[in-house]
Ligand binder design. Structure first.
Ligand SMILES: Cc1cc2nc3c(=O)[nH]c(=O)nc-3n(C[C@H](O)[C@H](O)[C@H](O)COP(=O)(O)O)c2cc1C
Length: 184
């Protein structure tokens, strides 16, 4: 299986990057092929311009080379994995820009056989995330609305809670969970 792993965080020494690294180690342990996209450090420009707009009449519109390159990477992958911190109960703007630009109409009809996994690091603990249906709302947004809009049929969200904890044991358990998810 080939996985396109997309990570979003401005700091390479972040927990988000550590989680991504452990996840990738798990993938490699099970001999999966990995293509890594680091949105913040690979120079992806999330700013949506008029050039990026959908052409409602022409489904074969040719998008900008940067967008086409990312669409080709998606086409070559079986599974798309996103590793990101929860910001304002949503994805960071960098990832939102990627989704706006790349998961566009040009991909419609080509995503049905892809699996998508969203690995989201939340500052809030499990109790905080269950209150006001925060967790349910986020899962509905990512699995049903975002993945559904792109016609993805298999989408799953995994939350890694309480990421600001000072407990080394807890942080180690999050990294172990990331490793096991990669192995899965
Ligand atoms: C701009 C910003 C917004 C955040 N919004 C939320 C939020 O809505 N809910 C939450 O539980 N944590 C929130 N947090 C905490 C992050 O989820 C937390 O910092 C992250 O999971 C820790 O991983 P990191 O060390 O890789 O950044 C926010 C943090 C930042 C910087």
């Amino acid at each position: 299986m080939k996985a396109l792993v997309t990570v979003t965080h401005p700091r390479k020494n972040s927990l988000t990057h550590a989680v991504m690294n452990r996840f990738v180690e798990g993938l490699k342990q099970n001999n999966h092929e990995v293509d890594l996209l680091d949105l913040d450090h690979d120079g992806f420009n999330p700013l949506y311009t008029a050039e990026d707009e959908k052409d409602w009449i022409n489904p074969d519109k040719i998008y900008a080379p940067e967008v086409r390159k990312e669409m080709d990477r998606i086409a070559a992958a079986d599974t798309l994995v996103f590793v990101f911190p929860l910001w304002q109960y949503s994805v960071p703007s960098m990832l939102k820009g990627y989704l706006d630009k790349v998961w566009n109409m040009g991909l419609f009809g080509k995503m049905g056989n892809k699996k998508v996994l969203w690995i989201c690091l939340t500052g809030g603990d499990q109790e905080h995330m269950s209150k006001y249906n925060r967790e349910g709302t986020l899962k509905h947004y990512l699995n049903v609305l975002v993945s559904g809009y792109a016609r993805v049929q298999e989408s799953r969200v995994e939350l890694l809670y309480d990421t600001l904890s000072e407990s080394e044991e807890h942080i180690a358990s999050l990294l172990e969970r990331a490793y096991q998810l990669g192995r899965e």
